[in-house]
Design a binder for this molecule. Sequence first.
Ligand SMILES: Cc1cc2nc3c(=O)[nH]c(=O)nc-3n(C[C@H](O)[C@H](O)[C@H](O)COP(=O)(O)OP(=O)(O)OC[C@H]3O[C@@H](n4cnc5c(N)ncnc54)[C@H](O)[C@@H]3O)c2cc1C
Length: 401
Amino acid sequence: MKYIRQYKNGAMDSISGVATAGATGRGFLPSDLSLPPCRGKITRNAELARRVWFKCAGLADILFEPKDEEDLLEFLQKAPKMPITVLGAGSNVLIAGAGIRGLVVILSVGFAHKAIDAQGRITAGAALGDGALARFAHRNTQTNTQANTQANTQANTQANTQANAKENGQSRTGLEFYAGIPGTVGGAVRMNAGAEGVETKDRLLDARVIDYRGDTPILREMTRDELGFRYRGSAIKPRMIVISARFETKPESAKLVAERMAAIRLYRARAQPITEKTGGSTFKNPDGEKAGEKVGEKIVDKAANEKAWRLIEKAGMRGARLGGAEVSRKHCNFLINRNAASPEDIKALAEKVREQVAKKCGVRLEWEIVRLGWSDHSGEQRGELRGEQRREQAQGGSDGR
Ligand SMILES: Cc1cc2nc3c(=O)[nH]c(=O)nc-3n(C[C@H](O)[C@H](O)[C@H](O)COP(=O)(O)OP(=O)(O)OC[C@H]3O[C@@H](n4cnc5c(N)ncnc54)[C@H](O)[C@@H]3O)c2cc1C
């Protein structure tokens, strides 16, 4: 069997001759590791740069794009044990230049389904874009739901919903806030994505999740409570893959919903660098955890608290550069890959911002962007090991990520 050996200092022995990005992890991954058959797509040493908004990233040892839920479950059941990481639209991640060891899963179009029931509850596949979910709610009416459920194909559903929204002027409201968030439903659940004072937790009813803690992946239905939502976070662990989620909506004039979505898109185009290579908000708002919550008799008002961008501005970091990375002038909590930045440039600039904010404002900013593949154990998300390999690692085994 051939191996790639990776050292902590980034050096690498390519015993098999298979090239991967310089690695900072250590351990062995057999380059000709035999994988079970599947109906989806498998790519070894897969480019991830084009899969993320920052447009820079190392390689994935193995990228698996399952065709559908059954394909994913079967593959996970039979695949050799290795760390697993799931990616959505890559709009809130920073992947190390060393790449991601083990298996990276990106859900395909087979997971981008959508449907509405007679009560106006929308079920959306985890790969569906947030914007597409908002548009789907807008195009739907409570009265056309039976027709939709029967005429289940995407083309039919779209035709029905468009026609209905137009004819009776009714629509569904509640999901407009997704109109400007460029992620997927899976990423929104994991991150508790939110905007315009609404968060995923406010609309979500439940989610279907594959939990692959052991050797056998388990399909779980998780209620809103079980999902443990918090400000830009949830109880979804790296070992869990969100498959679909169900949202509640209410009836509303289609015209009003359309106007709200248009206003959200317009505001974002003005206020955020949405056409740049960016990863969204780099840091959480320091008080975001408390915003909207009752403290004593008072509801904490988000607007009354200091936002991350304001602290960054106060620290004089708007427009700061490091290597090819830049702090956006338009919205200084966004970092930009301005000029062929490496992930390391972006991370170093973010740490510089953090340092300056701590020094000048006395506040320690917390990352919102999920860092993947870094080996410095700074609280980032790393691929989850399964069963035996995790035990090996705990005992000082080969994969020391
Ligand atoms: C221009 C811009 C504007 C943004 N505006 C907002 C905003 O207003 N509000 C906001 O909340 N966010 C915003 N973001 C950040 C980002 O869009 C959200 O966090 C989004 O929910 C991430 O979804 P994603 O599919 O891109 O996930 P990714 O970035 O691919 O992944 C993020 C995390 O979710 C996990 N994940 C992804 N898919 C799944 C899945 N199926 N199952 C389990 N885990 C999964 C990943 O492992 C990772 O930990 C913005 C980003 C950009 C670039």
